[in-house]
Design a protein around this ligand. Structure first.
Ligand code: MG
Ligand code: MG
Length: 255
């Protein structure tokens, strides 16, 4: 999901609100994760996330997002070759699938945005490795979200790790600022050159989200006009956290 806009520096109070939104988002994703098993439908997962968010008097951030048509659900579910933005429905998960779940929550006027990928039942060891590398790429990137670093430092660290492991990163989708809107500036690519780009500042809040592909960096949009899949049908994975840059380093908001 894309868009573009200004960069808004948050004060401590705003960051605390973002933590509360992020926490609800984490609870919604935990509820989804606990249900993932062969036979469950992706619509069931969506219902579980919606229930957690509504019970806390929060709102799903993805619902109604403009596109070819308004996004129709709380979470996105992207199975196997699908990378991001898959729409929940009647599809049943199968043993050996991998599923990426992304969710956004609005609370106290702020958005939490995070995602994970997990195996369904028993998965192959290459699939497991893809998931582990993608999760590690997120940690490596988060560690670069420090005042005084540049945006290129974040992307370069992610890129050198992921490509060094033999995987690929999309160039078509990036991380982004997050706050009162799900998409603020700056864009934060998962590739780039160390020492280049905007300087990061305390109070910036960033949704960092490496999207990793096995075969090539290329993607395609499926006929439903939302789902983004690898162009070659190879597996993909996606992890995301919303993170505040503080004087004490990166603070993960979506836990
Ligand atoms: Mg997301
Ligand atoms: Mg995001």
């Amino acid at each position: 999901m894309m868009g573009q806009r200004g960069i808004f520096i948050k004060n401590q109070q705003e960051i605390e609100s973002m933590r509360r939104a992020g926490h609800i988002n984490a609870l919604a994703l935990e509820a989804v994760r606990s249900l993932i098993q062969p036979g469950i439908t992706t619509a069931d997962l969506d219902a579980a996330a919606t229930e957690v968010i509504r019970k806390r008097d929060a709102k799903p951030a993805f619902l109604g997002v403009p596109g070819a048509y308004p996004y129709p659900a709380t979470i996105t579910v992207s199975v196997n070759d699908e990378m991001v933005h898959g729409i929940p429905g009647k599809r049943k998960l199968k043993d050996g699938d991998i599923i990426s779940v992304d969710c956004g929550t609005i609370f106290e006027g702020f958005v939490g945005d995070s995602a994970f990928t997990v195996g369904v039942g028993e998965i192959s060891s290459p699939a497991q490795r893809l998931i582990e590398v993608t999760e590690m790429a997120l940690s490596i990137g988060i560690d670069k979200l420090r005042a005084g670093n540049r945006i290129g430092d974040v992307g370069a660290a992610i890129q050198s790790y992921v490509e060094g492991e033999g995987f690929h990163l999309t160039r078509e989708y990036t991380g982004h600022g997050v706050g009162r809107s799900m998409w603020e500036g700056p864009q934060v690519p998962n590739y780039g050159f160390a020492g280049r780009g905007m300087v990061l500042r305390t109070g910036m809040t960033i949704a960092l989200e490496p999207m990793v592909l096995v075969g090539t960096p290329r993607t395609k949009v499926l006929p439903d006009q939302w789902t983004v899949a690898s162009a070659d049908g190879s597996l993909t994975a996606h992890f995301e956290h919303s993170v505040a840059i503080t004087n004490n380093g990166p603070l993960i908001l979506t836990v």
